[in-house]
Design a protein around this ligand. Structure first.
Ligand code: SF4
Length: 261
């Protein structure tokens, strides 16, 4: 059963207490929970710790994590590391649980994130497996080159036209190209149906940014009802037809739209 270490509600209450404002040495956190499961992507089903960072520069029409926009605790990196030690999170990482850094837009805080992940590596007896969920609009700066070694898997999720975001804000070829070259990088596209394929083809495949073998197609939907068996079957057929992977949303299949799982 997943358990909160920092919940969005406690984040809101403590935002002006002992916590510092987010900055170079602190992270702006929305929630931290353990004993959960990675519900999407290549590592779907893996036991996981979720660190959700606050702040996002997009506002997708179907976003299911709106809490990231208004629930914030600024936590010094040293204090967050202390939580990882005291609450048994380091032990879980050493036992093989993944750390999934998600958002929001985690790379908005890439300086502090790099510092945190480097220190986390130092206190773990075994190299932790770290996944980063990334909306793929922000490039990693040279200053944070260490992220390429620290992060085991980049789960990129470039947004398509149906997100409601103007293309000039959501489509950043330089950030996509950089991610394509990471050791392990997937590109998850949330799709409604076959009508989304021409856009994926034109902007990502035909343009030479990524290859079909890096693509995971995921049905759009935030509840079990929206992710009906018919819809899942339609997207699965679409993926097979285009030689791409199909990716489900395990946490919705099991928990519906419950948070913190
Ligand atoms: S990028 Fe992700 S967190 Fe940001 S608005 Fe879109 S779905 Fe929500």
């Amino acid at each position: 059963m997943a358990e909160y270490i920092i919940s969005p509600d406690s984040a809101k209450k403590s935002a002006h207490a002992e916590d510092t404002a987010p900055g170079e040495d602190s992270l702006s956190v929305c929630e931290l929970f353990v004993d959960a499961v990675q519900g999407e992507g290549a590592y779907s089903g893996c036991p996981a710790i979720f660190l959700r960072l606050s702040g996002c520069h997009l506002k997708c029409s179907w976003c299911d994590t709106a809490d990231v926009w208004n629930k914030v605790t600024g936590i010094p990196v040293s204090r967050l590391l202390g939580m990882f030690k005291e609450k048994g999170l380091v032990q879980r990482l050493e036992n093989g649980h993944h750390l999934v850094v998600t958002g929001g837009s985690p790379l908005l805080q890439q300086d502090a994130l790099t510092e945190f992940l480097m220190s986390l590596h130092d206190i773990c007896a075994r190299k932790p497996f770290i996944e980063v969920e990334n909306e793929c609009c922000i490039a990693v700066s040279r200053k944070n080159d260490a992220l390429w070694e620290l992060v085991g898997c980049w789960n990129n999720s470039p947004k398509l036209g149906h997100s409601g975001i103007p293309k000039e804000r959501r489509y950043r070829p330089e950030a996509i190209e950089q991610m394509r070259q990471a050791r392990e990088a997937w590109f998850k596209f949330v799709v409604n149906g076959e009508e989304d394929w021409p856009e994926i083809c034109a902007d990502f495949i035909d343009s030479g940014l990524i290859t079909v073998s890096q693509i995971i197609l995921m049905p759009q939907g935030q509840t079990r009802e929206e992710l009906s068996p018919e819809k899942k079957e339609r997207i699965l057929d679409m993926a097979v037809r285009h030689n791409a992977r199909y990716g489900g949303r395990l946490h919705i299949d099991i928990y519906d739209n419950r948070k913190g799982v």
